[in-house]
Design a protein around this ligand. Structure first.
Ligand SMILES: [Zn+2]
Length: 696
């Protein structure tokens, strides 16, 4: 095949690029092939696993030609994005480009895939047979059967480079080498954060830095849920190429969309004046005449999108098959997500459950001050989120019926990766808050997110708590109060309850065993979020009395928020924005935090709730225990001395009868067996005003 026959439309940029490319090719010792031309000449589809074994034919996969050629040195782009359905030949692009690099333009290559299974499958079932089947390609890679061949499942050496197949859920593999060609598959399944350093993809992209100007980054995936889909975000930021194909009857170029596919598997031409039916057998000629049209041709990142309708004739799924699958998905909402992702190649956007931050902010109660415990708040808990340069801390007071009163929210500078980074946080956690009677209260239970810096958070906790377990004593006035510190980590797996105990030998992200005494506790975040979100939403009901609200917020002076001179008694607007940043996609059944959106006040509320459930079994506190706490902390005689604003918030008389077991189904069972939890027992009621001291 000669170069003249290749279609370079849209491949070459301005005159400079053309000249540069010409110079580059002039000095290249090897023939200036494009990736697709290389595939046409040398790629052989192996007998096993291929629908049509034998020499690769670009004519059978015309959509893939431009995608492949963007991955070759002739095209100036460095990043190529392919948002795709599952069965469209995406992995052939991987293999063809890899063969090209190994034989023609060598450099270190990394394949990045979500898990070890996929890595092995790609390597053994697709790559190795492809190398063996191609006479040309196999010259560059030694047989894996010979010893010291440098050819294993996970790594293949070749003159001038090495191919490494790495998994995106381990940072060690990703960190180890510089990369010129990064090829990432199914990126929507990648872990988003490895030890707080960002995702494996971000780390791997950093590895390509030394090859800037000569590197290629290929990202492909079928998308997942809108707002949570990496490939969708990447495609949105790209040139957004779509494949236009001509109608065999009228010749009108059009993008194939599901809406035009009829239930009988024929396709209705979208040209209103034509209105004729296109059939499966028309595909071949129609696709051969197709062209990519980029919505933003000037963007440097080349993006491509296909749906399953573009599967070549007799390769991949037929239109009839797709129409049948669509019918099934219409009848069963659970299948809708899969159909949208894997056939349409689109991110799914279902009905959302999302609270509105302004209406929640409007519930803040004037006269209630941030930093003080309102009447009815009888136990405090604290949730801590770790970010690379700070801690975000949420203090919540709890009362009858698990009702929450937000006491404080703050951002504390500190580096969670350093042992010295915790000093300011530690001092902050020992703060006490006055209640309506002037009794100083501390956060009795603290849950610190150890998801990213597990080892360092555990070391901090270990250095503070007594040998017996999670607790330490904090000096308040002239007495001491107990405080329990927990290292927690949100569970990624689906959870049925909120509190999960640490296993006996706890292992951190880097797979080192942690000391038993401060295991890493699990947070069933999905369950906790459903409950707390339900409360936020039900509180919005106009018929709910203020006193009955489940989560109450301090409103300070009651004046609108002033960014120049903020009222210290209020919470800032971004507190409420973070609280409602996540939404629940009702069809996908998944909590989604859109990329780049902060949600720390929400996460820390979850941790604070967890701490209250785990430490003092908030869901199981009995009525007589609440009464005793009330007598100790809010004695009636002291009402005479209480401030008017405190009186105004008196919720004691109006509190509904407690329902301790009401919400407990999720967390009970795990929280029950927990030793040394006597600090709720009303042993010495109403003894003093200055400190609430518990006998250890
Ligand atoms: Zn037509």
């Amino acid at each position: 095949m000669s170069l003249e026959t290749r279609d370079f439309d849209g491949l070459l940029g301005d005159a400079n690029t053309v000249v540069d490319a010409a110079w580059a090719t002039a000095w290249m010792p090897r023939a200036p092939l494009t990736v697709s031309a290389w595939a046409e000449l040398y790629r052989v589809l192996p007998e096993a696993g291929a629908a049509e074994p034998g020499p690769w034919r670009n004519a059978r996969n015309p959509h893939l030609v431009e995608i492949m050629d963007c991955l070759g040195p002739q095209h100036p782009c460095e990043r190529v994005v392919f948002k795709k359905p599952t069965q469209i030949g995406g992995s052939e692009v991987f293999i063809n480009a890899t063969g090209y690099y190994m034989c023609h333009d060598p450099g270190p290559i990394m394949w990045l895939v979500p898990g070890i299974d996929l890595a092995e499958r790609h390597s053994k079932q697709r790559l190795a047979p492809s190398i063996e089947a191609s006479e040309e390609w196999s010259k560059y890679v030694k047989s894996s059967r010979s010893r010291d061949s440098g050819n294993t499942t996970r790594a293949k050496e070749f003159p001038g480079g090495i191919l490494v197949i790495a998994t995106a859920n381990s940072s060690t593999a990703v960190r180890s080498m510089p990369v010129r060609y990064l090829m990432a598959d199914e990126i929507d399944e990648f872990l988003r954060n490895l030890n707080g350093q960002g995702s494996a993809l971000e780390i791997a992209i950093r590895r390509t830095g030394t090859y800037q100007g000569r590197r290629k980054i290929y990202l492909c995936s079928s998308p997942t849920i809108k707002g949570d889909s990496l490939i969708d975000d990447e495609y949105e930021a790209s040139s957004q190429g779509e494949r236009h194909v001509p109608c065999p009857h009228c010749g009108a170029y059009q993008v194939l969309v599901m809406a035009q596919l009829l239930d009988d598997g024929t396709y209705l031409c979208s040209n209103g004046e034509c209105g004729q039916f296109i059939e499966e057998h028309h595909k071949e000629a129609m696709f051969a005449a197709g062209k990519w049209v980029h919505r933003y041709p000037d963007r440097e990142v080349r993006g491509f999108h296909l749906n399953a309708l573009y599967a070549p004739y007799r390769l991949g799924e037929s239109w009839q098959f797709i129409a049948n699958e669509r019918a099934k998905a219409k009848a069963n909402p659970a299948l809708q997500v899969t159909f949208t992702n894997t056939y349409e190649g689109l991110a799914f956007e279902g009905e959302r459950q999302q609270a509105d931050h302004e209406s929640i902010a409007a519930r803040a109660e004037p006269g209630v001050l941030r930093g003080r415990v309102p009447r009815g708040g009888l136990k405090l808990s604290i949730g801590v989120d770790c970010q690379h340069d700070r801690f975000e801390v949420h203090v919540v007071a709890w009362g009858r019926g698990q009702r929450a009163r937000i006491v404080d929210y703050d951002v504390i500078p500190g580096d969670p990766s350093s042992p010295d980074g915790y000093a300011e946080l530690d001092a902050w956690l020992q703060r006490s808050y006055p209640n309506c009677n002037g009794v100083q209260m501390i956060g009795n239970a603290v849950a610190i997110d150890g998801g990213n810096w597990t080892e360092m958070v555990a070391q901090y906790v270990k250095s503070k708590v007594q040998r017996s377990g999670q607790a330490r004593l904090v000096k308040v006035g002239d007495g001491y109060q107990p405080q329990k510190l927990y290292v927690v980590r949100g569970r990624s797996a689906k959870s049925e309850r909120i509190v999960y105990k640490p296993s006996k030998t706890e292992v951190n992200n880097r797979e080192r065993t942690l000391a038993r005494s401060v295991g890493v506790w699990g947070v069933g975040t999905d369950v906790a979020k459903h409950i707390l979100y339900g409360w936020l939403i039900s509180d919005g009901n106009a018929e709910v009395d203020v006193e009955d609200r489940r989560i109450r917020f301090p409103g300070g002076s009651g004046e609108p928020f002033d960014p120049i001179k903020p009222d210290p008694g209020q919470l800032p607007p971004n507190y409420y924005e973070m609280l409602t940043a996540e939404f629940f996609d009702l069809t996908a059944r998944k909590w989604i935090c859109p990329k780049g959106v902060r949600n720390e006040s929400w996460d820390t509320l979850v941790y604070a709730y967890w701490a209250a459930l785990c430490s003092y079994k908030l869901d199981m506190v009995r009525e007589h225990e609440w009464t005793a706490l009330e007598a100790a902390l809010e004695p009636r005689a002291d009402d005479l001395f209480a401030t008017p604003s405190a009186d105004a918030q008196d919720s004691r008389e109006t509190s509904p009868p407690p329902s301790p077991a009401k919400r407990s189904a999720d967390s009970r069972g795990t929280t029950r067996r927990f030793d040394g939890d006597d600090d709720l027992r009303p042993t010495k009621p109403a003894r003093r005003r200055t400190g609430w001291v518990d006998p250890e």
